[in-house]
Design a protein around this ligand. Structure first.
Ligand code: EMZ
Length: 387
């Protein structure tokens, strides 16, 4: 259990040039590291495009393992807006009281189960089941579907050891295609049925479009939620006083969630394809090359955040870009925030402390930078509050 000292691998490059370089499957990426440049480029969808070849804006690139365009994520304005309008209200359901109640029940039962164990592996026995059970609410499917989704592991496109895995993607695609047929033949109240009945610019969505929306729903909020939850458990195990503070001052939970998202930045970066020769930080960026918006670096930018490498639970001014920025900001953010809020509340009410027994960090290799994004595994013991 070797602890990395790599709190912010981007600091030096961000200060010196504002850029990083990484090779990804011979399709190099120029990484934008400064908060200002990241936000500016995220906004400029004409020069920095999302709707290129499906999979190309993801790093590592997924062009070799999928053809399905994820929607609305891999579509640029103006179409982006019309797709997003179809699903945005659905993705705000997590704010409804009934939804919140069900999510609280799911999280409470997972925390209570953890309390019965002498040792629990957080990634597979806590965060993954939490993510998948919570997703049944977002999709409004039967609770029993979670078991199938859990069996897919922490990433739907990568197998153990993080290698991209086309066969694994096929499992997800088959599942989604079956569910679309099921929604056509046996309509229910779930998201598949909702999409089958939805219209885009005056016509029904095609099956391929529905598939693109559902792939994003399954893939986009998976490892990110799992890393946010797992990293938070690790943080609270090192800082039991933060749990006590949240219990005493529940009004800081909203700020605390934003701060944890800023600090952990569960999604390191997202790419864009350059549409015309341009410059980023005085560096030429050629048409058809890739840049990335490095949320993780922007979120530690010392020009924007005071003491960026500290978790300040009640940080007031927090313009983090952990959920992206501009048109493509995270569709699942409402759901993710609710998960985190309820998790913090539940932990602070039930847990006295958490002992770390053993762990293996998950270090992302970005060539020039090595970044701790989460854990491959972390065994802990949860200790209950006695009063
Ligand atoms: C894509 C991406 C979306 C990609 C907001 O992020 O998440 C990644 O985990 C997936 O591999 O396909 O959905």
């Amino acid at each position: 259990m070797e602890k990395s000292k790599l709190t912010d691998p981007f600091e030096k490059a961000r200060l010196e040039t504002g850029l990083g370089e990484m090779n990804d499957q011979n399709d190099p990426v120029t990484m934008l590291l400064r908060h200002k440049d990241v936000r500016k480029s995220a906004h400029n969808y004409k020069t920095f495009q999302s709707g290129a070849t499906p999979g190309r804006i993801v790093i590592p690139s997924e062009v070799d393992i999928r053809d399905t365009r994820q929607i609305p994520f891999e579509v640029d304005p103006p179409e982006h807006k019309d797709y997003r309008a179809i699903i945005e209200p659905w993705f705000r359901r997590p704010l409804q009281a009934e939804y919140e109640k069900k999510l609280t029940a799911i999280i409470t039962s997972i925390v209570e189960h953890a309390l019965t164990k002498e040792s629990i592996e957080v990634v597979t026995e806590f965060s993954l089941p939490l993510q998948s059970n919570a997703l049944t609410l977002l999709i409004n499917s039967d609770a029993s579907e979670a078991e199938t989704w859990i069996s897919w592991g922490t990433h739907v496109f990568r197998s153990e050891g993080e290698a991209l895995d086309g066969d694994k993607a096929t499992v997800l695609y088959d599942y989604i295609e079956n569910q679309i047929e099921e929604a056509i033949n046996n309509p229910s109240e779930n998201l598949f049925t909702k999409l089958v009945n939805s219209e885009f610019q005056g016509r029904k969505l095609t099956k391929e479009e529905i598939k693109g929306i559902m792939v994003l729903t399954f893939a986009g909020g998976r490892d990110t939620v799992i890393n946010a939850v797992t990293n938070s458990i690790a943080y609270f195990s090192e800082h039991p006083e933060s749990l006590q503070r949240i219990q005493k001052e529940p009004e800081i939970i909203g700020n605390a969630v934003e701060e944890l998202i800023r600090y952990f930045s569960p999604l390191t970066q997202m790419g864009r394809v350059v549409t015309e020769d341009t410059y980023v930080c005085e560096h030429a960026a050629k048409a058809n090359s890739r840049v990335s918006l490095c949320w993780a670096s922007a979120n530690r930018d010392e020009k924007v955040f005071e003491n960026p490498n500290e978790i300040i639970l009640d940080r007031k001014i927090n313009p983090h870009v952990g959920f992206g920025f501009s048109h493509h900001n995270c569709l699942g953010a409402t759901h993710a925030r609710q998960i985190m809020r309820i998790l913090l509340k539940t932990l602070s009410n039930k847990i006295q402390s958490i002992d770390i027994l053993d762990y293996k960090e998950n270090i992302e290799d970005l060539d020039q930078f090595k970044r701790k994004v989460g854990y491959d595994s972390i065994h802990v013991k949860f200790n209950p509050k006695t009063i």
